[in-house]
Design a protein around this ligand. Structure first.
Ligand code: NAD
Length: 228
């Protein structure tokens, strides 16, 4: 099982939350924008920030780390849980549990249902044509619950995996960060891939202190050579 975080997409040019934001957004902290309270307080600013991130993500490509995971999954029983909302792993191929949703989805803030473009009245943010509530991005904000099915499937995978790889995540955001502990409790070997230490590092059986886009292609090639 692999649990991926923002570091997996860093080489594609998508900034992580721990990096300083650039340009127009430099004076905002992502943690202060990605919350339901922030959206209620200032929906225009939060919507514009997501529009900026959508455009950024639409303009980049999956990197060698995404491609390596897709290749691995095509020939092994590999569950990929991603905290990333950028859809890059899916574009590289592979089945993914999108633990924190997807930035390209639109939801009605009041009814919590997916909205197609023709169900929205344009605006900043747009409004739901049926009930008039604001449209919000279909991501899980800080303080919100994970979709029940995603949580169940990810927990089940953690409890039955032989190897748990935590890659490109700060291991600070829960409940995603709890999956590694659950895997270890059920006997899994824990591998961490991250150039920097995290709260998970001391418990890892193996640590690759290097970028995902270097480690994963090499690791997947090595696993393939052992299997054939
Ligand atoms: P994070 O920003 O908290 O941490 C990123 C981690 O990646 C850090 O520990 C950093 O050391 C590591 N890292 C940086 N470059 C790396 C590389 N090339 N290879 C491997 N590791 C690298 O991100 P998080 O842990 O995913 O959690 C924060 C939240 O941010 C999540 O909910 C996620 O949904 C959201 N987020 C998503 C995206 C995205 O979709 N691409 C981008 C930013 C934040």
């Amino acid at each position: 099982m692999v649990l991926a975080g923002a570091g997996l997409s860093a080489a594609s040019g998508v900034p992580t939350f721990r990096e300083a934001q650039s340009g127009l957004w430099a004076r905002f902290r992502p943690e202060d924008l990605a919350t339901p309270e922030a959206f209620r307080r200032d929906p225009q600013t939060v919507w514009r920030w997501y529009q900026w991130r959508r455009e950024l993500v639409a303009g980049v490509e999956p990197n060698a780390a995404h491609t390596a995971l897709a290749r691995w999954q095509s020939r092994a029983d590999l569950t990929i849980v991603t905290q990333n909302v950028d859809g890059l792993q899916q574009r590289a191929g592979g089945r993914v549990i999108e633990f924190h949703g997807n930035i390209f989805r639109d939801l009605c803030m009041a009814e919590n249902r997916l909205l197609a473009p023709d169900e929205q009245v344009p605006g900043v943010p747009p409004r739901c044509r049926r009930c008039g509530a604001h449209v919000r991005p279909g991501v899980v904000w800080f303080g919100e619950a994970i979709d029940e099915r995603d949580l169940r499937e990810a927990t089940h995978a953690a409890q039955r995996c032989a190897v748990f790889i935590s890659v490109g995540t700060s291991s600070l955001v829960f409940p995603a960060a709890a999956l590694a502990g659950s895997a270890v409790q059920h006997g899994a070997t824990l591998i961490e891939i991250n150039p920097h230490e995290t709260p998970l590092s001391p418990t890892a059986d193996y640590r690759f202190e290097a970028p995902a886009e270097q480690v994963l292609p090499a690791l997947v090639a090595r696993v393939a050579s052992v299997q054939t």
